[in-house]
Design a protein around this ligand. Structure first.
Ligand code: 3UK
Length: 525
C-alpha cells in the first residue's frame, strides 16, 4: 500500500478501514483532494472573510508546518492553539500534524486563571493565539511556571503567523507516522474539573469521520457544514473540519460568538445544508423564531450534542423549520458521536442507537452488565477513542479499561435499542454543552467576603436544560436578598468563564453534609 493512504471498504457495516503501515493522517485529509480533482473546489468560506480552495489549503498547511519546523519545533513537541474559527486554525492544526508536531486546540472561552494549567501540564514548546484572546492568554503566559520557547499571535502587529507563512515554502514532506502514534490532544474538563489531556492517534479522525460523519450523519461531498460549536471542541472539530474534509465538502466558519441572530444570519447568507448546534442554542433560536422568519431553506439536517436534547425542543424545531435535529452523544475521549439518531431512525428524547463501529456496555455498581431496560454506567469501545490522558496515569486507569471508555453517564437501553440519558454519575454538569464544575463555582463564591459556604448543583430551566443553581450560607444571614444575589452573580461573572455563573441563588442556614463533611449535592437537586 502507498504510504499515508487508507482504503475504505463500504460493503461491510461498519466500513472496513485498512491503513498503510506509514500513515500520517494529514495526507488523507488534505493532500488527497488534489489527487481526487478538488483543487479548485472551495473548502472554507469565512464569515466576513474570504474563501479558501482545497489547493490553497494544501499549500497553506505546508507553509504553516514549515513555519513551526523552521522555528525549531520538532516532532512530538506540543503547540497550544487558542485560535478562533478561521482558516489559520486549519493551517496550524494540519501543518503541525504533517510535520509530526502535536497540535492542542484549547477552549477559547476560558479565562486567564484557567490557562496556566494547560501551559504547564502540556510542557508545550509553542503557543499560538488569536489577538482577540490576548487579554486572557497573555497574563496566563506570564503566570505559568513553564515558559514555552515560541509564542506568537496568528495576526495583527509584531511577529505573527501571517508574515511567517508568507515567507515559508509550500512544499512539505509528511513526517513518518503509524496509525497508533500520538497525533493531537484535546483537553477535557470532565469529572473533577481539572482538565485532562486526551491523547488522540492518527487513526482517530478517520474512524469518527467514516463511522459517524459519512455513515451515520450521511454527510456528502455536496454538503456545506456550519457548526455553532467551535473548532476547539471535539464536537466542533469534527463538525466543521474533519467531516467536511473527509468527504471533500465545504465548511462555513464563523470567527465570532454564535448567538441566535448571528447563526441565523450565517445560515441565510451562506446556505449551509448541515447545521450543528447544542440544545441551549436551539432553545434560544426557537425564541427568535416566535417573532422572526429567517431563511433556513438550505438546511437538510441539524445535529445536536453536548447535552441531552429535550423532546419538546426537537418537536418545536421540526414544526418551525421542517428540519429534524439528530441528537447524539459523543465525548472528547471518544472524539465524536458514538450513539445517535439518524435521518431515517429518530426517537425524540433519546440519544438514538449505537453508531456502527462502536460497542457499548451498561454496568451496575459491581461492574456487571445490567438487565435489559435497567439503568447503569455507560461504557463504550471503538477505534477513535483516546489511548490515554497525558501525565495522568490514575485517571487513565480509572477511565480507560481494556479499550473500554467509562463515560460517567447513566443510561438505559429500551426494548427497541434506543439509549435514554439519565444524568451523570458525578456532580459535573453540562451548561450549553460545555463542562461546568460545581467545585469551581463554589470556590469562586467562597472568595466573596460575605460568603461562608456554598454548594452548586444543576437545575433544569424552563425548557429543561441544566443551569447552575447556588445554595449559599452567608456570614451574616441579614445580608440575604435580591441585592446580594445580584452582587454574587456579578462576582462570578468576573473571572469565571461566561457560561458558569449561577442563574438562581438560595440563601440557606446550612448545607447538607456527610459525617466527614462532604457536601451532599444530590440532596439539593
Ligand atoms: C455529555 C451528552 C446527553 C455526556 C461531544 C459530541 O460533548 C462532547 O464532549 P465532552 O467531552 O462531554 C462528554 C459528555 O457530555 N453529552 C454529550 N452529548 C450528549 N449527554 N446527550 C447527549 N447528546 O455527559 C458525555 O459524557 O465535552 C459531543 C461530539 C464530540 C464531543 N466531544
Amino acid at each position: 500500500m502507498r504510504d499515508h493512504t487508507v482504503t475504505v471498504d463500504k460493503s461491510t457495516s461498519p466500513s472496513t478501514l485498512t491503513f498503510a503501515p506509514n500513515f500520517n493522517v494529514a495526507v488523507s485529509f488534505i493532500d488527497r483532494h488534489l489527487d481526487e480533482g478538488r483543487s479548485d473546489k472551495t473548502v472554507i468560506r469565512s464569515v466576513g472573510g474570504g474563501e479558501v480552495t482545497y489547493a490553497e489549503l494544501a499549500k497553506n498547511v505546508n507553509r504553516a508546518g514549515n513555519v513551526l519546523t523552521g522555528l525549531g519545533i520538532t516532532p512530538g513537541d506540543r503547540v497550544l492553539m487558542m485560535v478562533k474559527d478561521c482558516p489559520e486554525f486549519y493551517y496550524l492544526f494540519w501543518g503541525a500534524i504533517k510535520a509530526g508536531i502535536v497540535p492542542v486546540p484549547i477552549n477559547t472561552l476560558l479565562r486567564a486563571k484557567d490557562y496556566p494549567f494547560m501551559i504547564e501540564d502540556s510542557g508545550c514548546t509553542g503557543v499560538v493565539y488569536s489577538p482577540e484572546f490576548a487579554d486572557e492568554v497573555e497574563p496566563a503566559l506570564g503566570a505559568a511556571s513553564h515558559k514555552p520557547a515560541h509564542i506568537f499571535r496568528t495576526e495583527g502587529d509584531g511577529e505573527t503567523l501571517s508574515p511567517m507563512m508568507a515567507g515559508a515554502s509550500t512544499e512539505l514532506d509528511p513526517a513518518p507516522a503509524k496509525v497508533e502514534d500520538d497525533c493531537f490532544w484535546l483537553y477535557s474538563s470532565g469529572t473533577t474539573g481539572t482538565p485532562k489531556g486526551a491523547v488522540h492517534a492518527h487513526r482517530d479522525m478517520v474512524v469518527s469521520s467514516e463511522h459517524y460523519g459519512a455513515n451515520t450523519l450521511g454527510l456528502r461531498e455536496d454538503d456545506t457544514c456550519f457548526s455553532a460549536a467551535k473548532l476547539f471542541f471535539a464536537y466542533g472539530l469534527g463538525n466543521a473540519m474533519t467531516f467536511p474534509l473527509w468527504l471533500g465538502a465545504t465548511s462555513v466558519l464563523l470567527p465570532g460568538p454564535p448567538t441566535p441572530d448571528s447563526v441565523f444570519d450565517v445560515i441565510a447568507a451562506y446556505r449551509p445544508t448541515v447545521f450543528y448546534g447544542v440544545p441551549t442554542l436551539y432553545a434560544a433560536q426557537l425564541k427568535v423564531l416566535e417573532s422572526e422568519t429567517p431563511d433556513l431553506a438550505s438546511l437538510r439536517v441539524c445535529v445536536s450534542a453536548g447535552e441531552a436534547l429535550p423532546a419538546d425542543i426537537f418537536r418545536r424545531w421540526q414544526e418551525n423549520t421542517g428540519t429534524a435535529i439528530l441528537d447524539g452523544i459523543g465525548s472528547t475521549e471518544a472524539l465524536h458521536i458514538f450513539i445517535s439518531n439518524t435521518l431515517d431512525d429518530i426517537k425524540p428524547g433519546t440519544s438514538g442507537r449505537i453508531v456502527p463501529g462502536y460497542e457499548t456496555r451498561i454496568l451496575d455498581e459491581d461492574g456487571n452488565e445490567v438487565a435489559p431496560r435497567d439503568n447503569g454506567r455507560l461504557m463504550i469501545r471503538g477505534e477513535s477513542t483516546a489511548g490515554y490522558y497525558w501525565n495522568n496515569p490514575e485517571k487513565t486507569a480509572d477511565t480507560m479499561v481494556e479499550g473500554w471508555l467509562d463515560t460517567g453517564d447513566t443510561y438505559f437501553q429500551d426494548d427497541d435499542g434506543y439509549y435514554h440519558y439519565c444524568g451523570r454519575s458525578d456532580d459535573m454538569m453540562k451548561v450549553g454543552g460545555i463542562w461546568c464544575s460545581p467545585f469551581e463555582i463554589e470556590a469562586k463564591l467562597i472568595e466573596h467576603p460575605k460568603v461562608l459556604e456554598a454548594a452548586v448543583v444543576g437545575r433544569p430551566d424552563e425548557v429543561d436544560l441544566i443551569k447552575p443553581e447556588a445554595f449559599v450560607v452567608l456570614n451574616d444571614p441579614a445580608d440575604a436578598g435580591d441585592d446580594m444575589a445580584e452582587a454574587l452573580s456579578e462576582h462570578c461573572k468576573e473571572g469565571l468563564a461566561k457560561y458558569k455563573y449561577p442563574r438562581w441563588f438560595n440563601f440557606v442556614e446550612e448545607l447538607p453534609k456527610t459525617a466527614t463533611g462532604k457536601i451532599q449535592r444530590f440532596k439539593l437537586r
